[in-house]
Design a protein around this ligand. Structure first.
Ligand code: AOF
Ligand code: ZN
Length: 357
């Protein structure tokens, strides 16, 4: 039996999600083909960077006779340009498909409505904007990257109820096992993970993926004065490390290390310069994991796209280990206010997520 556009688009979206963490800086895209009775006859998704697009995967090995009456559902507007792969619009036209349902228009300047126009010019019936809101949200990182060449920034902070991210004898995790698994999934979905030097000095984190699916992660440290110890754990784990510093005496000391000299802004590395450099390197999803100074500075400069705040039900007290430090805002008007947020419980912890931009 035939189902709604939303039903099939949701299937395509679930497929698209399988590419999370694997296709960047390209977008995750899913496509399904439905026959005139409403049966799903084929599916495809973008599996790896530079690989075939979702539409190509879905149309593979199908007879033209079947395609003539089929509807193609695709989460993102089909491309109409020659990139690493040929335009999907031409494939769709040449295979004789007569109906295409698109989730959202692509904001890639090379496409931006031109894909839909090309299909319509070829006489194809095109519907645009199914599950639009959800997909606009899903493609935020890709749309930011492709229009501004800057990474989408997710700030993840795990803290006690009273806003402390550690304790003096900090040898145990603040958060539960379930939360750790969630955090490692967030890492998998990211292209790079960034911390400030104080986090390296205090916690000596590994910043790798230890739960679930694994991949090498690019680790980024903002180390204004070039203080990172040579034997820090992040050099010992899988993946490269970039140290951004203003200190030209700081030299590369490991095979997996790159030192990038940048300018200063106030007391710190010029973060805009860092973000442009990461964008040039194809980093679309940047996960920031503290510490207090970096978290505060990013919020103050309105650079955080998404905040993920994890509250672990401890009260620690004291003056140290603040998960947001820096100078602090001097009035509520200037402070960060979450207009809209979403709350969920994971294990014994509370997860708050909010879009800030
Ligand atoms: C993808 N996968 O399934 C779709 C994309 O260099 P190319 O040929 O891989 O083209 C990349 C662009 O194609 C990308 O920026 C996006 O605008 C469009 N659609 N890309 O990687 C897909 N449908
Ligand atoms: Zn394409």
């Amino acid at each position: 039996m035939k189902k709604s556009h939303e039903f099939y688009m949701n299937k395509a979206y679930q497929l698209a999600r399988r590419g999370l963490g694997l296709v960047s800086p390209n977008p995750c895209v899913g496509a399904i083909l439905v026959d005139k009775e409403g049966n799903i006859i084929s599916m495809g998704y973008h599996k790896y960077f530079g690989g075939p697009h979702a539409e190509v995967e879905a149309l593979r090995n199908l007879d033209k006779k079947i395609l003539k009456d089929a509807t193609l559902y695709v989460t993102l507007e089909p491309c109409c340009h020659y990139g690493k792969t040929p335009p999907c619009t031409e494939l769709i036209v040449s295979r004789g498909i007569r109906k295409v349902v698109v989730g959202v228009e692509d904001k890639n300047p090379l496409v931006m409505g031109k894909g839909v126009r090309r299909l319509r010019e070829a006489g194809i019936n095109v519907v645009v904007g199914v599950m639009q809101e959800k997909l606009e949200e899903f493609y935020k990182p890709f749309f930011k990257y492709i229009t501004l060449k800057q990474p989408y920034i997710t700030l993840k902070v795990a803290q006690s109820l009273d806003g402390k991210n550690s304790v003096k004898e900090g040898n145990k995790y603040l958060v539960s096992e379930e939360t750790l698994k969630y955090v490692h999934k967030l890492r998998f979905y990211s292209d790079a993970i960034m911390v400030g030097i104080n986090t390296v000095l205090k916690d000596n984190p590994r910043l790798d993926i230890r739960y679930g699916r694994k991949k090498p992660l690019l680790k980024v440290v903002l180390d204004t004065h070039g203080k990172i110890p040579i034997n820090s754990n992040i050099f010992m784990t899988n993946g490269n490390v970039i140290i951004y510093t203003t200190n030209i005496r700081k030299k590369k000391e490991h095979d997996n290390e790159e030192v990038v000299y940048i300018g200063k802004k106030g007391e710190y590395c010029n973060i805009q310069e860092v973000l442009c450099d990461l964008g040039k390197r194809g980093i679309q999803n940047l996960l920031v994991e503290g510490g207090g100074t970096l978290s505060y500075e990013l919020l103050k400069d309105k650079l955080v796209d998404k905040l993920i705040l994890i509250l672990s039900p401890y009260i620690i007290g004291g003056k140290n280990y603040l998960s947001f430090s820096g100078e602090g805002f001097t009035s509520l008007d200037k402070s960060i206010f979450l207009n809209n947020y979403f709350i969920k419980k994971i294990g014994r912890d509370i997860l708050i997520t909010a879009n800030l931009l």
